[in-house]
Design a protein around this ligand. Structure first.
Ligand code: ATP
Length: 201
């Protein structure tokens, strides 16, 4: 199985690229955000561990994990974020390899791993190559404002809170600029696929 890691900052276009891979090219996509949600779903081992460490404050009225409260706790306290990561990351990695095994057994030879924090979390061992998607900052701000209905200031704050693209580029095998229309993006992704599939498949 060849695993292409897809990463990039907020609003750069990872989800759109993933959609093109799955819908147009018919390549399976593993979504790290979905795995992270599964890792802490109701009744899961991850949820149990979070309750144990973070206590009642992260349990909502229905007895479920209050992701918003948990998010604000770890956003403001680095040591707690590290503890949360220590709980969640191994579970996500286990779920990732289960999914890869399942797809391999189905006979698939190539998978895209949409993983926003691939570089920040040093997950290079999980992928064969890294594809970084970039977009001009003004495009990203505009897209995030539209999608999340937030202010320009908030959009910029979220972008600045992430590792910068120049540093990310040093770890990327392929760099992809998403600075045109969605149709242009689709054409470029298909072009990239034609190139990489010849090399790796
Ligand atoms: P996040 O990390 O926040 O999930 P992302 O990298 O997955 O972001 P997308 O969700 O793919 O980014 O894109 C952000 C928004 O911009 C979406 O609403 C998407 O439809 C839109 N978008 C992405 N690329 C383009 C483009 N080339 N033209 C127009 N809109 C775009």
């Amino acid at each position: 199985m060849f695993i292409m890691g897809l990463t990039g900052g907020i609003g750069s276009g990872k989800s759109e690229i993933s959609k093109i891979f799955s819908k147009n090219i018919k390549i399976s996509v593993i979504d790290a955000d979905l795995l992270a949600r599964k890792a802490v779903e109701t009744g899961s081992e991850g949820e149990k561990q979070i309750f144990k460490f973070f206590g009642d404050s992260v349990i909502d009225e229905g007895g479920r994990l209050d992701r918003k409260v948990l998010g604000s706790i770890v956003f403001n306290d680095r040591s707690k974020l590290e503890i949360l990561n220590t709980i969640v990351h191994p579970i996500v990695e286990k779920l990732f390899y289960e999914k890869v095994k399942h797809l391999t057994e189905k006979g698939e030879k190539f998978v895209l791993y949409d993983c926003p924090l691939l570089i920040e979390e040093n997950l290079f061992h999980q992928v064969n190559k890294v594809l970084l998607v970039r977009a001009p900052i003004e495009d990203r701000i505009y897209r995030i404002i539209q999608r999340n209905n937030i202010s320009r200031e908030e959009a910029l704050k979220r972008i600045k809170a992430q590792l910068d693209d120049e540093t990310k580029e040093k770890h990327a095998d392929y760099i992809f600029w998403n600075d045109g229309t969605l149709d242009e993006l689709k054409a470029s992704v298909i072009h990239l696929w034609e190139k990489v599939s010849k090399i790796y498949l």
